[in-house]
Write a protein that binds this ligand. Sequence first.
Ligand SMILES: [Ca+2]
Length: 98
Amino acid sequence: MASAPITASQFNAAFPKLAADMNWDGAVTISDVWHWVKWFYFLPGDFLVQVIGPTPLGVFLEISVLSYHGVGSGIVSAIAWLVVLPTALLLIDTVRRA
Ligand SMILES: [Ca+2]
């Protein structure tokens, strides 16, 4: 039996937030740096989770708030960064040469 679809506001509320103290241990330490990197890396995939999650496609793909920082989000993020980084470097190089 399928449960009720997760609403857009539930996806918004569960979106991973950036904070100085990402592991909630009460101090900003080097351990938080890894969490910042992870948060930034997963941004493209997590954004897609937020957009697609509440739609019928998201229901079909079984996307939930647990999909944030998940395998699918990681794969989407990898693809996005593999496109974004070379494009950004190419643009920077083009601007420098102009
Ligand atoms: Ca911390």
